[in-house]
Design a protein around this ligand. Structure first.
Ligand code: FPP
Length: 253
């Protein structure tokens, strides 16, 4: 049944605390279009996008969400003009440097997924430092997808499974869904309950294809720099009014 929000209540007030998604994944799209709308260069959009990352991460930590996965840089993003790629890499380093104290204050643990070997040395080193610094934090786990694509991840997992079968570490008939999940970069993270994509695009764009099998999808026209905490709450309220059947009937769940 479609959810009809009560106009007098804010979305935050409508959140049901015992029905929180454990893991929210976000495709942060629309930075470039936001910049264009404001007559600015694309990098200004990415800078505004960082402000949104700060606000949404803080809100997720406050709400007690366990995992927040952000698609920060895809494998395909390497094909953007060199100037934009270099500027994004510099922005990532600057953001991590600036945000680490906030992550510590909010008890946020940073982790990454993706082919980090492709990142410039300085970017990788900065991330590794931040991963170590926040490793003992016990609140929200923030998973940054960097140089990530799902087809890369699945191909990499298949190659390692094939090697392990060939080397006798495992039998082919022992390859189960659980084994495949354990070879993915997300092995220690539960599958997302909710995926949010901003900017009015209705695509998954090579993001967590295996892990999204039963995830609830939420699309909004908001460009990522315009995505407010209230919009975030709205997505969570929408999620909380869906029936997750996991292939069963309504009566069974
Ligand atoms: C998509 O917008 C966004 C990106 C490719 C980069 C996202 C990066 C950030 C928000 C900044 C860094 C983030 C962190 C976590 C530190 P787009 O450029 O594809 O926008 P467009 O589709 O409107 O052109």
């Amino acid at each position: 049944m479609p959810h009809v929000p009560k106009i007098s209540m804010s979305y935050k007030e409508q959140i049901i605390s015992d029905r929180m998604p454990r893991h929210i994944a976000i495709i942060m799209d629309g930075n470039g279009r936001w910049a264009k709308q404001h007559g600015l260069k694309r990098m200004f959009g990415h800078r505004e996008g960082v402000r949104t990352v700060h606000e949404i991460t803080t809100a997720a930590a406050e709400m007690g969400i366990d995992y927040l996965t952000l698609y920060a840089f895809s494998t395909e993003n390497w094909n953007r003009p060199k100037e934009e790629v270099d500027a994004l890499m510099a922005l990532l380093v600057e953001t991590i440097r600036q945000e680490t104290p906030t992550l510590m204050q909010n008890n946020v643990k940073l982790t990454t997924i993706g082919d980090l070997s492709r990142l410039p040395e300085v970017t990788r080193t900065k991330f590794e430092q931040c991963l170590q610094q926040t490793a003992a934090n016990t609140g929200l786990t923030m998973v940054l997808a960097l140089s990530y694509s799902s087809r890369w991840e699945i191909t990499d997992a298949m190659t390692r499974i094939a090697n392990d079968v060939q080397n006798g570490k495992m039998k082919a008939e022992e390859v189960s869904e659980q084994v495949v999940s354990d070879y993915l970069t997300t092995k220690s993270v539960p599958d997302p309950d909710l995926l949010i994509r901003t900017s009015g695009e209705y695509r998954i764009s090579n993001f967590l294809l295996w892990q999204l099998a039963y995830t609830e999808l939420y699309f909004t026209d908001c460009l990522w720099p315009d995505f407010t905490v209230e919009e975030f709450y709205k997505a969570i309220v929408d999620y909380q009014h869906r029936e997750r059947r996991f292939g069963k009937t309504s009566e069974q769940v």
